[in-house]
Design a protein around this ligand. Sequence first.
Ligand SMILES: [Zn+2]
Length: 166
Amino acid sequence: MHPPADRTISPDFESRRPLVRSLARGFVCGCPNCGRGALFRAFLKPVAACPVCGEDFTHQRADDAPPYITIVIVGHVLVPLMLTAQIATDWPSIVHLAIWLPLTAAFAMALLQPVKGAVVALQWALRMHGFDGGAFPDPAEVALDHPPTGAAARRSAARGAPLNEP
Ligand SMILES: [Zn+2]
């Protein structure tokens, strides 16, 4: 597929991937494109392509974002509950440990897959990485194919950046 002559994005191109709908579909572990196909083939392994609509998910780069986001959510929900329970009760520490450790682990495990689904859906909706369907060239590949010349090369040299010698 060839990139367009300019980088103008038509309203239709944008509107086919509404962000909130995509995130909601991803959070329930469904395909952000059609909402009917499963997004995961295993606990945290996304499918290569949607079994219903065929949307390609090999471009996802969720990496460490889902665990970070899960930790933030779990911490913001459970820490206030733990502190409230600590203040409001006179339970011994072993009781707190018996309650909060399994609850924290269970909450984190329950959230991890939906959060990863939402992250993949976010990348898809924003056409990150290769999710643009080849409409735009990957900037990293463009940099390799066309090393900077002229003023761009001088700026790179001034920053000490490599010039992508062929
Ligand atoms: Zn689909």
